[in-house]
Write a protein that binds this ligand. Structure first.
Ligand code: SF4
Length: 263
């Protein structure tokens, strides 16, 4: 079966993760562009990212919690579109919950760092570059210039903390961002910081040459496979409990005879 839709022109870390988790998920989401309904958690994540993006658009000395709170109201209109409201069953009680949780996140965030002291090289920084033949594209939450002159990739996380034995997947997307930075800006960030702003905790990892090369190589290999599956007209399904649990395409897969685990 040939696809009616064109192959995407670029590969983002999250789409790469889709592909590596299950190529069929990539087919449905990135080639066929089937809708993936928003969830309360995804809407809250975008809501908080909106506030941080605008907070960091201010001059350093203006980045106070009161200024951050001013962006909660515009975020309601910008992020909670009619489609999102329909998907998540939005009502007044949900709005109240969202605002209370968002304010708690802001309080925790301001305990984690003082944004007036942060020197940012970019916020919602869009980078696209060809790496080892793969057209990579990503949007970094923040790229900081540290006092010692090095760069740190900062990624906000609004969900749960990884368990204590977190694995390399926890950093996979951001390590690919490091490869993007190196290829596009000619400078490799030295550190990745994941800020779990709902929990007031950060985890960090140094960026090494070996890791950046490995991530770039894995992305290039995936891009080669994506092109091949696209030409074949079929991306194989690789169902598993972990892959399918939060997948938006469960019912479609089941209707096509894919043995999707019940949970
Ligand atoms: S439901 Fe499972 S098999 Fe189907 S696309 Fe999603 S992850 Fe793949």
């Amino acid at each position: 079966m040939a696809f009616d839709q064109p192959l995407p022109k670029s590969l983002s870390p999250s789409r790469l993760s889709d592909f590596q988790t299950c190529p069929r998920r990539y087919q449905h989401g990135s080639i066929e562009r089937l809708p993936q309904p928003a969830s309360y958690a995804s809407a809250k994540g975008r809501f908080i990212h909106y506030v941080f993006e605008h907070l960091f658009s201010l001059e350093g000395d203006q980045r106070t919690i009161d200024r951050a709170r001013e962006y909660l109201t515009p975020a309601i209109d910008e992020i909670l579109t009619d489609d999102v409201r329909r998907d998540i069953g939005f009502d007044e009680a949900m709005l109240a919950k969202l605002l209370v949780e968002s304010d708690a996140i802001l309080l925790r965030y301001f305990e984690m760092e003082d944004p007036t002291t942060v020197t940012s090289e970019g916020v919602e920084l869009r980078l696209g570059v060809d790496v080892n033949g793969a057209p990579l594209y990503g949007i970094l939450d923040r790229l900081d210039r540290d006092p010692d002159g090095s760069l740190t990739i900062v990624d906000y996380k609004t969900g749960a903390l990884p368990n204590r034995n977190y694995d390399s997947k926890t950093f996979a997307n951001t390590e690919l961002y490091a490869a993007l930075c190196e290829a596009k800006l000619g400078e490799r960030p030295s550190t990745i910081r994941l800020m779990y702003v709902a929990h007031g905790q950060s985890i960090e990892r140094s960026v090494t040459d070996v890791v950046v090369k490995a991530r770039a190589s894995a992305a290039a290999s995936a891009w080669t496979k994506i092109n091949r599956y696209y030409e074949d007209g079929d991306f194989p399904a690789t169902p598993s409990s972990n892959a399918c649990r939060f997948c938006a395409f469960k019912e479609l897969c089941r209707s096509q005879g894919v043995p999707v685990p019940a949970r």
